[in-house]
Structure formats: structure tokens, C-alpha cells
Design a protein around this ligand. Structure first.
Ligand code: MLC
Ligand code: AMP
Length: 478
């Protein structure tokens, strides 16, 4: 079975049921099926076959879904690209994934772009039926770029089976059904919005109100008009929701049966304040691009603040100490994961793939402890990864960019705590001479996604280093 066979429970089985609203446009599951058949026929007419890659550089929109479903039907591998990425970041992905095309709303400078609107217009004249292409569950469905512990980002290859395991797990454990109404503003280019949001709804037959993105100022009106039953957010969004008055919060929460948080740590205080204001206990869970969802607080039973709960069905979790032994209760170590949800490989990176696994388990780089009643608590990361608003930032990528600039001799980037975004990047730089800070920020903005642009530059005469020459970032953080 591939994931389309599972989506067919809704695409075919709930043909006339309302599937999605987006900016005033409403489509049934049958219409989604037909539109993606036409798009699949169009892509096929352009020579796309199983195993080819197609990059999508799009904000959330119906056309993203048409193209995504069309690719899955054809066995074409979707490579979603963060819409906040600039030319430099996009070029890296395009050079690595070697897609047959990159689809965008507007031409991307210096990248051969296919414009989504003309593709959709041409697809409308194609046959509404699509002759099934036989693909099994191990067929790659998507390559999602993530940086791991190194500076350059690597493509995690996720198969149809990985996504199937994730959808079946969450639909069962979080009781997602065709009666649910999901307010989905998280980006479809990341697994949180894509695999937890869209896939689960397509399998269960839930309704989706899709937003181009979350703009927290508009959420009150959207909640009241749509009356969702289900809401997924990153901690930043929950912090933003706390700006509501208690009366508004109660109204907003009145239709909802489940609020889920993930992608970054949810501060226990935010969980408590949210309970007071909205009357809901947020369910926190833990996942990764490479593994999809791993560990989740229970739907029924105690959702314990500060923890991520229990391993999901089929997911084996080991905590491995620095001595390489399996940790006991309350003993800290790195989380290792095995299960049908875990990715198969980094695209074209056999060495990186090999070093990412140990004894068949994926080494997550996340540190944790488990309590005597089985709740897992994350304790930070082995790597220097910064998570800001749920978006990952790899310091080395920014450091490399800064050091390519003529005016910078050395650079070190660290994350500092921020009450809204969780963390923010700041840069320590050793310049060659006088530094024009404004110009430096402009250069960063032109080359890097907005969330990666250092919020502050601190000029140093030299960086503190160990005897071996490694920058002592803990000293910089202080
Ligand atoms: C953020 N911005 C966007 C955007 N999201 N721009 C366009 N499209 C989007 N989708 C930009 C804004 O322009 C602004 O840029 C900055 O980000 C912050 O915007 P804001 O309005 O102040 O929003 P804020 O309250 O900070 O909230 C941002 C956010 C966003 C939470 C809505 O960060 C977000 O959507 N995060 C979700 C990331 C995600 O899905 N992660 C999952 C990864 S998968 P400027 O220039 O003003 O700074 C994973 C695995 C797992 O981690 O476990 O899930
Ligand atoms: P990504 O590479 O974008 O998939 O991000 C995955 C990382 O997000 C994980 O390795 C964790 O460090 C972090 N993460 C996800 N969920 C949580 C959570 N509930 N609490 C803390 N960190 C989380």
C-alpha cells in the first residue's frame, strides 16, 4: 500500500464531503482527487516518472496540495522548500536534490522556475481520471531538508510507509475522526503541518481550514468563524494566544477538543497559563523531520507539563548514556529511535546516513530522561541547533556565510532565550576593520531566511577558544 491508497478512504470514499476551505474557496475530497489527477496527468505529459524530484517553493495554498497529491500518485518525490529561504539556500537544495523543476508563485532569481499558476491552468484541460501507477510503501514520498549536526542541510528521504505509520498512529492516539475540523496555518513545507496536519486529516476525512500562514493578530476572528475542533501549534503560537483576554480565550477554546504543541519545548508556565485562560490542557509531543512523531503525551490520562509523554505505538525508544549504555530511570542520555516512522536515508549521503544510525536505531541528538512511570522529558540537544519560532537554525550555516564576507575574519553564532520565539540567534564577530552594522544586517537579510538573521552583532577582538582551537560558545552565551 502507498499513502494514496490510504488517502483514498477520503478522496474516493468521502467523495462529496467537504475537505478544505482556503481563502473563501471550498473543495470536496472528490474535487481534490480530480484536480490532482489532472495535475498528475499534466506532470506525466511533461515526462515525470517515479523517482523524479519536484521542488515546491510555495506558501500554503490549494495548488500546493494539487501538486503534492499528484506527485504521490505518480511516485514523484516532493521536495518542499521553506518559503522564507533566499536564493543561496534554495540553490543548495536544488543542486543537491536535482529536481526536474522547481515550482513557485513567482520567478526565483537565477533559478529556473516553473510558475504555479500557468501549470494549474494547463492542468485544467487534462483528463480527470488518472491511470494508477503502482508504487509500494517503500517508495520515497518526500525529501525534506534539515541540517542535522553539520552546517550544510541534508535531505531526509521519507517513504510512503513512514508517513503511513505517522498518520495511523496520530489518528488512533489523538482520536482524529471525520468529525474533526482542523485549523491549519503551520507551513506545509515542514512535517508538523504536512504529516501531522494534512495527512492525518486526509486519512480520517477531517475538514481543514487552511491558512497561507499563521498571523496571530487574526486568530481570534478565524477561531470564532471556523470553530475548529483541532489545533496544532509551535510554542511561539501558544505564547501569542496568551495575549487574548480570558473572555475571548474561552470563546476561542469552546469548539476545540484538542490543542497540540510540538517542534520546540513548550515552557510549563505557558501550559499552565493556557489552561487558566483557554480551559484546555495542551498535549505536547516530540518529533523530528527524520522520524516524524516519536513520543506523545496521552490523549486520555495525564498530560504532564514539561514532558513529551510516552513512545507512540511501534516506536522503540532507548536513552543511551555517554558511556554507550542504556540509561536507567532519571539517568540522562541521548534518545535513539527505531520504528516504521524512521526515515530511510539522507539523499545521496551514504556516509551521513551510516553515522546517523547505531545498532539499527537513529541517533536523534536530543538528550532526555525517563521517569519511573514512563514519561520522557527532553533536556536539550547535543548539537548547537537553535530553534526559533519552531524553525531550525544551524549556527554553522550562518557562521560560514559571515566568514565569506570580506569584512569578517571570524564569527560565532549562539542562541539566546526569547520569551516569544523560544530562542533568537546572535552573532559574535571579529572584523577586519570598521564594521557597518546596518550594511551587515542587509547582507544577511538578502542571503538568509528572515528567522536566521542574527538579531545582534557583537564585535570582539578575538573569539575565546580552547587549546585545540574550538570556539567556547558557552563562554559567549554568558
Ligand atoms: C514566519 N514568517 C513567515 C512565515 N512564518 N513569513 C511567511 N510565511 C510564513 N509561513 C516570518 C514573518 O514574516 C516574520 O519575519 C517572522 O517570520 C515572524 O513573524 P510574526 O508575525 O512575528 O510571527 P510569530 O508570532 O513570531 O510567529 C511565527 C510563527 C512561525 C510561529 C507563525 O514561526 C511559524 O509558522 N513557525 C512554524 C514552524 C514549523 O512549522 N516548524 C515545524 C518544523 S518540523 P521578520 O522578518 O519580521 O522576522 C519539526 C518536527 C516536529 O520541528 O517535531 O514538528
Ligand atoms: P526538525 O529538524 O525541524 O524536524 O526539528 C526537530 C527537533 O525539534 C528535534 O530534534 C527536537 O530538538 C525539537 N523538538 C520537537 N518537538 C519538541 C518538543 N516537544 N520539545 C522540545 N523539542 C522538540
Amino acid at each position: 500500500m502507498n499513502i494514496i491508497d490510504l488517502f483514498n478512504l477520503s478522496l474516493i470514499g468521502r467523495h462529496d464531503k467537504a475537505a478544505i476551505d482556503f481563502q473563501g474557496e471550498s473543495l470536496t475530497f472528490g474535487e481534490l482527487d480530480m484536480r490532482s489527477n489532472q495535475m498528475a496527468n499534466w506532470l506525466q505529459s511533461k515526462g515525470f516518472v517515479t523517482g523524479d524530484r519536484l521542488c515546491l517553493y510555495l506558501e500554503n495554498c490549494i495548488e500546493f496540495i494539487d501538486l503534492y497529491l499528484a506527485c504521490l500518485k505518480l511516485g514523484v518525490i516532493v521536495v518542499p522548500v521553506n518559503i522564507l529561504y533566499r536564493e543561496r539556500e534554495i540553490t543548495h537544495i536544488v543542486n543537491d536534490a536535482k529536481p526536474k523543476a522547481i515550482v513557485a508563485a513567482e520567478a526565483i532569481p537565477n533559478v529556473a522556475t516553473w510558475l504555479v499558476q500557468s501549470m494549474v491552468t494547463e492542468a485544467r484541460s487534462m483528463d480527470k481520471h488518472f491511470k494508477k501507477v503502482l508504487n509500494h510503501g517503500d517508495t520515497p514520498a518526500a525529501i525534506i531538508y534539515t541540517s542535522g549536526t553539520t552546517g550544510t542541510s541534508k535531505g531526509a528521504v521519507l517513504t510512503h510507509n513512514n508517513f503511513i505509520a505517522n498518520a495511523i498512529n496520530l489518528n488512533t492516539c489523538w482520536k482524529i475522526t471525520e468529525d474533526d475540523r482542523l485549523l491549519l496555518g503551520l507551513p506545509l513545507f515542514h512535517v508538523h503541518g504536512l504529516a501531522n496536519g494534512m495527512h492525518c486529516a486526509f486519512v480520517a476525512g477531517s475538514h481543514i481550514q487552511l491558512l497561507p500562514r499563521f498571523e496571530h493578530q487574526k486568530l481570534k476572528a478565524i477561531f470564532e468563524a471556523y470553530r475548529p475542533t483541532l489545533f496544532y501549534g509551535v510554542p511561539t503560537l501558544y505564547v501569542r494566544l496568551l495575549e487574548q483576554t480570558k473572555a475571548d480565550a474561552q470563546k476561542m477554546g469552546s469548539s476545540v477538543r484538542l490543542f497540540v504543541s510540538g517542534s520546540a519545548p513548550l515552557p510549563p508556565q505557558v501550559m499552565d497559563d493556557f489552561k487558566d485562560k483557554f480551559g484546555h490542557v495542551i498535549l505536547e509531543r516530540y518529533g523530528m523531520t527524520e522520524t516524524l512523531m516519536n513520543i506523545s503525551n496521552p490523549y486520555v490520562g495525564e498530560r504532564r507539563a514539561g514532558t513529551v509523554g510516552f513512545p507512540l505505538p511501534g516506536t522503540s525508544v532507548k536513552i543511551v548514556t555517554s558511556e554507550g549504555k542504556e540509561a536507567g530511570v532519571d539517568e540522562e542520555g541521548e534518545i535513539h529511535i527505531k520504528g516504521p516512522n524512521v526515515f530511510s536515508q539522507y539523499w545521496n549521503r551514504p556516509d551521513a546516513t551510516e553515522s546517523a544510525f547505531e545498532n539499527g536505531y537513529f541517533k536523534t541528538g536530543d538528550m532526555a530522561v525517563v521517569s519511573d512511570d514512563g514519561y520522557y522529558t527532553l533536556r536539550g540537544r547535543k548539537s548547537e541547533l537553535i530553534i526559533s519560532g519552531g524553525f531550525n537554525i544551524y549556527p554553522r550555516e550562518i557562521e560560514e556565510f559571515l566568514m565569506e564576507l570580506d569584512e569578517i575574519k571570524e564569527a560565532a553564532v549562539v542562541g539566546v532565550p526569547d520569551p516569544i520565539r523560544g530562542e533568537l540567534p546572535i552573532a559574535f564577530v571579529v572584523p577586519h576593520g570598521e564594521l557597518d552594522m546596518e550594511q551587515l544586517t542587509e547582507k544577511c537579510k538578502a542571503a538568509l531566511a528572515s528567522f536566521k538573521v542574527p538579531r545582534k552583532f557583537i564585535v570582539m577582538d578575538s573569539l575565546p577558544r580552547t587549546a585545540l582551537g574550538k570556539v567556547q560558545k558557552h563562554l559567549l552565551k554568558k
